[in-house]
Every structure is written in C-alpha cells, then in structure tokens.
Design a protein around this ligand. Structure first.
Ligand SMILES: O=c1[nH]cnc2c1ncn2[C@H]1C[C@H](O)[C@@H](CO)O1
Ligand SMILES: [Zn+2]
Length: 362
C-alpha cells in the first residue's frame, strides 16, 4: 500500500485556502512586539505562553467565547505598520505551508480605533499582501497569490458600507465580500441589502452559515441571499439521513447545495474548538466528500486553532485515510470555487495544482 500523505511532501504540496482570517493568523512574536509598540496589555508575555493562551481560550466549545480572543489580535492591527506587517507575514507563512492561492479575510470596520478610514485600512492590508508576495518570490522564487475578502460583522450595521468598499476595491486585490461573527441571533437576511448590492455589481460573496447555527441559517444564505459559497456550512449534515446500510437520503436543502455545487469552506479544527462537531473523526467532512459535495479544506484561524493547511490535511488523512488523489481533488475543488476569473482559476489548476500532485502521485 502507498504511504499516506504526510511530512515534507505534504507541506510542499500545492494548496488552496479560501477561508482564513487575517486577524486569526498572527504570529505570537509579532503580537508581543506590536502590543508593546501600541501599549496594549496581553494575557501572556512570552510567545509560547501567548500561543497556548489563544489555543486554550479558543478551545471553549462556544463560538461566542472563541470570538472573544480576537480582542487581542484586532487591538494590534490599528496602525498602518501593524496592518501591513500582519498582512505581509500572513502571506509568507501561507507560502511556507505550500499555499499557492489564498483568499484571506478580515473586517475593516474593526480597525478604525486609531483614526484610520475604511479605505486606508484596506489599502494597508493590500500593501502588506503585495509585500508578502514579493518577499516570497525574492526568497524562494515561489509564487503565491493572495486575494482579499472584506468581512462585515453580522451583529453590527455596516454591511452595506463594507459591500460597497469591497466593490470599490475589486480591481486592487479585493475579490469578495463576507459576513462573520456570532451567528445565533444574527441571520444572514439581516444583511440582504448588502448581498443584493454585491450581486447587482456582479461581485462575489460568501456567508458564514451553518457553523454555530443550523439549517435555517444555511437556508437563508442560499435561498434568500444567493450566496456563492458557504463559510463552514458544516451543519448541512443535519439535512442528511444516513441509513444503516451506509446509503444516505438528502433533504431539499442538502440536495440544492450539492446540485448547485455550492462550495463548503470546511474548517475541521475550528469546528471542534467551537463545539460544532465533537472530534475530527466525527467531522462530517468525509460523509460530505463521499456524497460528492464540493468540499474544501480550510484553516479558519491558524493562531486560535494552532494550525496550518498542512496540519488540517494531516488531521483529515489521519481520521479518514485520504491519499494524494483525495487531497488533489479537495484542492481543485477549492481552486474551482475561488473568486478569481475563470481563466485564472484554470491556469492555477493546470499549471500549478495538477503538475504538483502528478509528482506526488508518482
Ligand atoms: O469561524 C468564524 N465564525 C464566525 N466569525 C468568525 C470566525 N472566525 C473569525 N471570525 C470573526 C472574528 C474576526 O474578528 C472577524 C473578521 O475576521 O471574523
Ligand atoms: Zn471563519
């Protein structure tokens, strides 16, 4: 039998991440330095202790408590230097993880505490992404491409403004719009005007739905808002009945999501931390993959989950015995679902992903 994917070969395998939060992926050392610069008090004072603090605090079983940890990352991302540094390091870290294409999201409205405007915030982050791409090319000759998603916080009332911001920056590196934050009590339809505006501008969006709240949230995101992708969407499993002989019956919503090939941005470790699923082994990722939903593998928050794309894939390989061809399929699923023009998606699939996995498949 062939060896299961792992080690350095897995780390260098081409990857695509569609769901990664900029403010959930900072390096602990950078948080310490930036907090020192701006006088923000942290709950720990060494990089190791801080890394553990984030992981342990996020391990709460509740999305609301998980989200509280972002107070300390958002606090150090309020200045041009802070935003650019975090964005640049994010790209370098993703490239180190074998990521060839990433869509990284953040919520501009959370970065106005020191007087920056929404436009300036976005400009600094995009500047950091470009600097990161150049640094990777200069250091290793490798190419990583990073698109930005602008997120609106779903408990707040700025979604229309953020959708307009995303459309305004569409030719400068912003590839889409999103909503995030506490899901229960803040249904997607509260932000219908933002989604309608985005659709009318022929722009793309994804919605965090079906993570901490179940089918009604997914239904609204798909049927009322017309989302292009589902952020998590893991609870679609509530609309699937698995019988004792292993066959499955899909409800109307699950069928619709599968028929329309609506991509699921699945984030296994994050789901365990917020209590959406109990363990990786019990994660519906494999059921959904076998039923041929368009599943993709994602990190969500690398700092809070102490993870990388390589680790998420390693955990899935450990739980479900996936081989290289499975990982290639999930990666192509993600690339097909990216908010890039079709010809650019195809180019990455044909020139980067397929040749990369061809070597690994032997
Ligand atoms: O998985 C998530 N679900 C809902 N909201 C989230 C998740 N991960 C991060 N966020 C929030 C916290 C961040 O401050 C915000 C923007 O990235 O998005
Ligand atoms: Zn998320």
């Amino acid at each position: 039998m062939n060896e299961l994917p792992g080690g350095t070969r897995l780390r260098v395998a081409p990857k695509v991440v569609l769901h990664d939060h900029l403010d959930g992926g900072l390096r602990p050392e950078s948080i310490l330095q930036l907090a020192d610069d701006c006088g923000h008090r942290l709950p720990a004072d060494t990089a190791d202790e801080l890394a553990s603090w984030f992981r342990d605090s996020a391990d709460s079983g509740s999305l609301e408590r998980y989200l509280e940890t972002f107070e300390h990352t958002v606090a150090v991302m309020q200045t041009p230097e802070g935003l650019e540094r975090v964005a640049r390091e994010c790209v370098i870290d993703l490239a180190e993880d074998g990521v060839a294409y990433a869509e990284v999201r953040f919520a501009p409205e959370q970065h106005l505490e020191r007087g920056l405007s929404l436009d300036r915030v976005v400009e600094h982050v995009l500047e950091g992404f470009r600097a990161g791409e150049s640094a990777v090319a200069a250091a290793s000759g490798r190419r990583i491409r990073v698109g930005c998603l602008l997120t609106a916080m779903r408990h707040a009332a700025r979604s229309r403004e953020i959708a307009e911001l995303a459309v305004r920056f569409r030719d400068r590196g912003v590839v889409g719009f999103d909503i995030a934050g506490a899901e229960a009590g803040n249904p997607p339809s509260r932000h219908l005007d933002a989604f309608e505006y985005t659709r009318a501008a022929n722009a793309h969006f994804t919605i965090h739905a079906g993570e901490a709240f179940g089918l009604p949230s997914i239904h609204e995101a798909v049927a009322f808002c017309g989302t292009d992708r589902l952020g998590h969407g893991v609870r679609i499993v509530d609309d699937i009945t698995v019988h004792s002989d292993g066959t499955a019956t899909l409800g109307l919503l699950a069928n619709y999501v599968r028929d329309k090939r609506i991509p699921l941005e699945l984030c296994p470790s994050s789901n365990v931390q917020t209590g959406a699923v109990r363990t990786i082994e019990e994660h519906p990722f494999d059921l959904l993959a076998r039923l041929r939903f368009r599943v993709t593998v994602n990190t969500d928050n690398r700092l809070m989950s102490d993870t990388t794309m390589t680790r998420e894939m390693t955990r899935l390989v450990g739980a479900f015995g996936y081989g290289w061809s499975d990982l290639e399929r999930f990666t192509i699923n993600a690339m097909k679902s990216a908010f890039l023009p079709f010809d650019q998606r195809l180019e990455l699939i044909d020139d980067v992903i397929k040749p990369g996995y061809a070597v690994l498949l032997g």
